[in-house]
Design a protein around this ligand. Structure first.
Ligand code: MN
Length: 720
């Protein structure tokens, strides 16, 4: 157990001018506040804030932060108020304690929403004062160290949250020692069996590893000395969770993981880093593809180092990291290392914020995202440490999470580049849009003005910023489409009532109707009609007496009636299928209608009108909701070939297939697919997929095929 004097001594060692009296005062105050409280372990509660302050002193934090570490649970767990803290310790401390209280208030709620909100607050308060997150990490670290005292279900929940949020956060802030410890602690509770078996295996080999490390250190020391270079060489076994991860990613048993020991060489200058690298590579054969220059291209958390894997003195693979002392400090303490030199400044300087650009990006995204699930996803994937670095054609470096595709790249350039992206070249070669970007790729985006994103892109895009841009585009487009359909449907019905949408829309009655449906703006009501949520009839019944609506609109109740209307040749008020923006209509796959077929439209929710043949079973199924059926017409001026399947039963006789295809080709009809099977009774069943312009052309083709000698029957297949 840590004592206050240990903390004071440590603070004094890195900050000789520190106001130790203030820390002492906070300790006494916290002790009084928590007096009589005990932790789940049975120990006095004060131990917890003391340990948290201890961790913060290990992070070499400033006095204010240590003080807040001691006080962080007072408002939450005792009678102490914000005002009292303010009175005793000033507004900086009070603000920080407040921030931590807000975060912890949400911590123990179980809903996803609460967790997301918790995270949002944490990140927002982090933006105001980065120390909030340092204290939060120290708090979580101590809670994880003492997790065994909680109930088993609770342990797993806290461990998961740690693995999902806090460890990646520590990573993103570059505080690697906290990250490793949090990961190993969480690992122990999430996968206890894997943890213990791995721990056993590693400790069984401990002395072997130590001997090996000792031998390699001698070799490396000598190599440096022989070349007149100074450097501090160390070797260590990696932390358990990272070994476990390697086993999982490489799908290998423990015995075959070669790089669980890492060697590190710390030198004085960047030039020496490359000098040492040269020596290592001249003595030991480098493993191709394993050299990474994070000095030239630092990671987004500012991590810098050279990494290489070589075939070592015992013919084993050996990983070596080479860095300067300053880089080492950043690697271990991350943002804390940088921050602590700016004693007295609350937030990070602009320049540092820029370097931690992921952080600003998250903040921007948080402002946009409302759905808690989406928010969690945003933070989770954005915090995830696996990055890839790619180049623009101009040679600029861009950073993406592993899994990003050219679409993500396109959106990172500009929203419009994303929207209009039709293809991509990587290192000069065309790649599919689902291509996963790799480190060092040079990416070039090909755009086309008329192009726009589709829903499928949501599956291809990986980053949340690209996804939210695609989503908002689709939403906007859906809304426009719904508006158009809504206007058209309402206008059609209003005309039956002897008026029009144009005349009605500005009236007070219409505005009132919108209000009764719960909308502020009439446009929203119209869009909802187009979306298929409310029918024009429902809207009209708020504008006119019910009897009038029933007599004038007249068709209530039976789909048959709508279908009959669709069949009848008087379709003057129908929508021209090919005449309207093709965004609004889609051809149903269930019946695959062809120009010339009798068709009817069904308003689908959010996806415009789907066109079915009148005898399609799905139209029958809609009969209980006839308001969703709309009359539609083919626009005879436009000819767009559509694919139709036909089935030809024939005798299995030589040359008949050639004859059939000749008949099809003679009509200038394209065959996109053919499939022939013969049956035991000397018959053949031929399936053709042909592109025809309309029903007339299809009927002509069917007639011609029926005329081929040996053909028994020809049938159009409606399903695809
Ligand atoms: Mn706490």
């Amino acid at each position: 157990m840590i004592r206050l004097s240990d903390i004071l001594e440590r603070v004094k060692s890195y900050n000789p001018k520190a106001d130790l009296e203030l820390i002492n005062r906070a300790y006494v105050y916290s002790g009084k506040a928590h007096a009589g409280h005990v932790r789940m372990s049975g120990e006095p509660y004060l131990i917890h804030p003391l340990e948290v302050a201890g961790i913060l002193s290990e992070m070499k934090m400033d006095v204010t932060t240590i003080v807040v570490g001691l006080l962080h649970d007072t408002i939450e767990d005792t009678d102490i108020t914000h005002e009292e803290i303010l009175g005793h310790f000033g507004d900086e401390v009070a603000f920080l304690v407040d921030g931590l209280t807000k975060i912890s208030r949400l911590e123990f709620e179980t809903t996803r929403h609460a967790q997301a909100e918790n995270l949002r607050r944490m990140i927002i308060s982090m933006a105001q004062d980065i120390r909030v997150i340092m204290i939060k990490l120290a708090d979580r670290l101590h809670n994880m160290r003492t997790l065994e005292h909680l109930k088993p279900e609770k342990r797993i929940k806290v461990a998961r949250e740690t693995m999902d949020i806090y460890a990646p956060l520590a990573n993103r802030l570059g505080i690697s020692w906290i990250q490793s410890e949090l990961e190993d602690l969480a690992f122990r509770y999430i996968h206890p069996e894997a943890f213990h078996s791995l721990q056993e295996k590693v400790s069984a080999k401990r002395s072997e590893y130590d001997a090996y490390i000792g031998e390699v250190l001698k070799v490396l020391d000598k190599a440096l000395a022989d070349n007149g270079l100074k450097g501090e060489v160390t070797g260590r076994v990696k932390h358990l969770y990272s070994i476990y991860n390697k086993m999982k990613i490489q799908d290998l048993p423990f015995e075959q993981i070669y790089d669980l020991i890492a060697f590190r060489i710390i030198v004085d200058s960047v030039r020496d880093c490359y000098g040492v690298l040269g020596i290592i590579h001249s003595l030991f054969r480098p493993v191709p593809g394993r050299f990474k220059d994070y000095i030239g291209v630092p990671k987004s958390n500012r991590y810098q180092s050279l990494h290489t894997t070589v075939i070592g003195p015992f013919r084993e693979r050996m990983e070596v990291q080479i860095r300067t002392r300053e880089m080492h400090l950043t690697a271990e303490d991350g943002i804390a290392a940088h921050w602590r030199y700016k004693e007295g400044s609350k937030t990070l300087p602009e320049e540092d914020i820029k370097r931690f650009s992921w952080f600003k990006q998250i903040l921007d995204e948080l402002k946009e995202v409302e759905d808690p699930r989406e928010l969690m996803e945003t933070v989770r994937t954005d915090l995830f440490p696996n990055d890839v670095y790619v180049f623009t054609p101009k040679g600029e470096v861009r950073e993406f999470p592993k899994g990003a595709t050219p679409i993500d790249f396109a959106y990172s350039i500009h929203t419009d580049v994303g929207h209009h992206c039709v293809g991509a070249k990587v290192n000069g070669r065309m790649v599919p849009l689902r291509y996963r970007l790799k480190n060092g790729d040079m990416v070039e985006i090909i755009t086309s003005k008329g192009h726009r994103p589709s829903k499928d892109w949501l599956k291809i895009a990986f980053t949340n910023s690209a996804k939210s841009k695609i989503r908002s585009f689709i939403k906007r487009e859906e809304r426009e489409r719904s508006m158009k359909i809504g206007e058209e449907l309402l206008d059609k019905e209003l005309r039956k009532m002897g008026t029009s949408l144009k005349k009605t829309i500005k009236t007070e009655g219409f505005q009132k109707a919108a209000t009764t449906f719960g909308f502020h703006r009439v446009e929203d009501l119209i869009a909802t009609v187009g979306f298929g949520k409310y029918s024009p009839r429902q809207v009209l019944s708020r504008l006119f007496p019910a009897e009038d609506v029933d007599t004038k609109l007249g068709y209530r109740g039976e789909a048959r009636e709508a279908v009959r209307k669709a069949r009848s040749k008087a379709k003057k008020d129908g929508i021209l299928v090919d005449g309207v923006d093709d965004l609004m209509v889609r051809f149903a796959h269930c019946c695959n209608p062809l120009p010339g077929d009798d068709v009817v439209g069904i308003i689908t929710r959010g996806r415009g009108i789907s066109v079915h043949t009148v005898d399609c079973p799905n139209v029958e199924a809609e009969r209980y909701d006839p308001d969703r059926l709309v009359d539609i017409n083919w626009d005879s001026k436009v000819k767009v070939p559509r694919t139709v399947r036909i089935k030809v039963s024939s005798e299995d006789k030589k040359g008949i297939l050639a004859e059939m295809t000749a008949v099809i080709s003679a009509r200038n009809i394209n065959i996109s697919h053919a499939d022939i099977t013969t049956t035991s009774d000397n018959r053949a069943v031929n399936f053709f997929e042909v592109d025809v312009e309309d029903l007339e052309q299809l009927q002509d083709l069917i007639k011609a095929l029926s005329g081929v000698q040996g053909v028994i029957s020809v049938e159009r297949l409606k399903t695809q």
